[in-house]
Design a protein around this ligand. Structure first.
Ligand SMILES: [Cu+2]
Length: 162
């Protein structure tokens, strides 16, 4: 058997171990906090978020955060059926379900004239959360296999370039 043919699979195994392992760990902490400067005259581009993310509305007094029931009331800055989430800020909103959500400030004409309205699209959480430990375990198994292989390969003396 040709020894050097083992080199490439070994390298890709390492990469696989790192990739798989880090995916398992990273997918557990993918949550993002979306920071919003909630101020008059600051237009808010729509936010694309994922379930588990949060939105932090940064403001103090003089504003509030209301949630519109639908896109029509959002578009028209119509607060008649909106829900007041909080008066004085800051406010952290946890995005716990998928869908499109609409927020606005009902003070004066802040929504209509001050750009104080925000659309948030929340996508479902990626992957299956329960699968994470499996990926971590797979990564560890790959790393373990590598350690064994590397140990067997090293032999009595492998001095590289020293
Ligand atoms: Cu306001």
């Amino acid at each position: 058997m040709n020894r050097s043919s083992l080199t490439i699979p070994l390298k890709s195994l390492w990469m696989l171990a790192i990739l798989v392992g880090s995916f398992g760990i990273a997918s557990k902490s993918l949550a993002v906090d979306h920071s919003v400067t909630w101020a008059f005259g600051t237009s808010q581009p729509p936010i694309a978020a994922t379930v588990g993310d949060t939105i932090t509305f940064t403001y103090a007094t003089g504003h509030n955060v209301q949630q519109f029931p639908d896109q029509v009331s959002f578009g028209g800055c119509d607060f008649t059926s909106a829900t007041l989430l909080q008066g004085t800020g800051p406010l952290v909103v946890a995005l716990s379900s998928a869908g499109t959500f609409y927020y606005g400030c009902s003070v004066g004409f802040h929504c209509a004239n001050g750009g104080m309205s925000l659309e948030v699209s929340v996508a479902p959480a990626p992957a299956v959360p329960g699968a994470n430990p499996i990926f971590v375990l797979l990564g560890l198994v790959c790393a373990g296999l590598l350690a064994v292989r590397a140990g067997a390969r090293k032999g009595p003396s492998t001095s590289i370039g020293a």
